[in-house]
Ligand binder design. Sequence first.
Ligand code: UDP
Ligand code: MN
Length: 448
Amino acid sequence: MKVSNDLPTTTVIMTYCEEAWSTLLRSVHSVINRSPPELLEEIILIDDFSERDYLKQPVDEYMSKFPKVKVIHLKERHGLVRARMVGAAMATAQVLTFLDSHIECTVGWLEPLLQRVKDERTNVACSVIDEIDSINFAYTRVDANLIGSFSWSFAFQWAVMPEHERERRKAPSWPIRSPTMAGGIFAIDRAFFYEIGAYDPGFKIWGADNIDLSFRIWMCGGQLEFLPCSRVGHIFRNGHPFTFPESNIKQTFHHNTLRTVEVWVDEPYKQVFFDHVPEMKGVDPGDLTERRAIRENLECKDFQWYLDNVHPDHSKPDFKFKAKGSLRSRRYPHLCLTNMAKGRIALLDCADVQRNQVFFYTMRETIETDGFCITNNDDQLALGSCHTNPASTFKHVKGNQIKEISSGKCLGIEDETTDVLFEQCQSNSGNQRWMWENYFDENGEKEL
Ligand code: UDP
Ligand code: MN
């Protein structure tokens, strides 16, 4: 690709909290070594009140050798959103580039991002995110064939690039338009960032900031895209090294998502969020006056416009169900079917607030949780796509068996382990009886 010789310059903003020394240095050095010096104005490192000693003075001393690097130690925990805003407020370059603190920029990573922002000041440019293994730190290049999407609990998800986007792009180097971004690696014009409301200071510690910003970018006149020629590796780690001081990760994430939903999502989709995350119904999201004013003042498009024009390939959510909510064993009434993530399902205590225990028995007779369908995989429960292959369907009447149609087997419980599995149906087995939290009539309307 050719790029202009008068690209705008950028300020790189990298916040960190309890980051490892080696990964922090790898991140900073990759920016210094692999950005054309004339395009890199400065790197602002924000220490978000880390507790680890080596992240204090040792970082200052080390970085003092690199004149472009400025280090700020926050005096209290800000969380990722407010920490980034401290960096943005100090930045002097025209373009802000936000990076996670455990990444590696590759040669040529920066130019395509700045080119797109120069082409159009409302373009928000993301690198394609390669994978750095969290165990051995090996760098793996990924195929650039995904877009960012979201589930109907409004959590970020990757999705296959839709047909219309494949056809629009005339070469592999072309930007990939994406409904949402992953959040950790992107460049944005500084003035445009503030125009569309920067970040929401009401967001806590971590989570949903990427969905919030993605909706605002598209609905308020911008474009969001991945640049296949710009590659940045990111360590996808299990869990987080930092604490969630006020509550746990799930509550924090849902609090932030609630703010996004309350401001940027309209009915009937708002209701879909509460179907998936019923514990947030009636919860106070905090003051939203200023966030709503952004949407109004900029005359941003509505959520239906966003779905129709930016994400027409998104599966429509269900508005009616045969049953929904927690799915309780009648033999062990304190145990609920639980989505353990990564395709695993188990029976756990019904009040486990860390986990997802919301399942939908749809009008199509599939059983779904957060965008995935339960299937019978050799009598083991598995979570599969609801769209690619015809999903498993089930017969169930209130309080009774859940029978998978194609295998004729019933969802049961092994007494010793309380493992869930598919087994021969037995009409007198209490282990095969299940009770959903809510049941609806044949039109999916009135609660039974
Ligand atoms: N971060 C921060 N303050 C916080 C939480 C996170 O500065 O309270 C930083 C973190 O160090 C990282 C970035 O925000 O550089 C994104 O967080 P993380 O990488 O844990 O999110 P993930 O990539 O897992 O979504
Ligand atoms: Mn990260």
